[in-house]
Design a protein around this ligand. Structure first.
Ligand code: FE2
Ligand code: FE2
Length: 207
């Protein structure tokens, strides 16, 4: 198999002691994914492409924040590399990529972003962190349960990468929005996200 070159955006370990823990995904989620893994991979490809676009939109919105711009440019490239790798796997399996669809989970979380300029950056960074944290959990579940050794290796690498990303978003929030109650807001959003994943129907998709 081809080497997976997933370059880390940040190696920084953050202190997560004060943050609301992630709930476990519903038990049925992984069996639903394994029952239609082609559909899961199609959705995964879309999710990586959207993650790259989201990082670039942050650059467009905050061109005057050099630390943010640098981190988001690196992130956009890394997510695009994830997209490239998933597309390579799809093509090798002769699976046709699917059209992008609205992700109800992401739509609901984006509604929690306060539009007021004082909170907009904080909330976007923290919703980014929350989405990446759930992604890290779910990709690790896939790595643990999928039978194909190539996919096991790939999803283990992806899970580690998404783990770094949620830490990156929290670190950026603490660095750039430290005048606001960052950890407190993270916990509010994490409580809502934990409730949301329990409520949404399971699909053969990342969310
Ligand atoms: Fe990714
Ligand atoms: Fe990511």
């Amino acid at each position: 198999m081809a080497e997976h070159h997933l370059q880390p955006v940040t190696q920084a370990k953050i202190d997560t002691v004060a943050l609301t823990p992630l709930s476990a995904s519903p038990l049925g989620w992984i069996s639903c994914v394994l029952a239609d893994f082609d559909a899961f991979m199609q959705d995964h490809a879309s999710a990586e492409k959207k993650a790259s676009g989201m990082a670039l939109s942050m650059v467009s919105h905050y061109p005057d924040q050099p630390a943010l711009v640098q981190a988001m440019v690196d992130l956009a490239v890394e997510e695009l590399n994830h997209y490239k790798e998933v597309m390579r796997l799809l093509m090798a399996k002769q699976i046709t990529p699917a059209a992008d669809r609205k992700d109800p989970y992401v739509t609901r979380l984006n509604k929690l972003v306060r539009k007021d300029a004082a909170f907009f950056l904080l909330d976007r960074l923290l919703v980014g962190a929350i989405v990446e944290r759930r992604g890290a959990e779910r990709f690790a579940l896939v790595a643990e349960h999928v039978a194909d050794p190539e996919l096991q290796k790939f999803y283990t690498a992806i899970a580690k990468s998404e783990e770094r990303h949620w830490h990156l978003f929290v670190q950026l929030a603490r660095d750039l929005c430290g005048h606001l109650p960052v950890d407190c807001r993270f916990c509010e959003l994490a409580d809502l996200e934990n409730a949301l994943v329990a409520e949404l129907p399971v699909r053969p998709a990342l969310h």
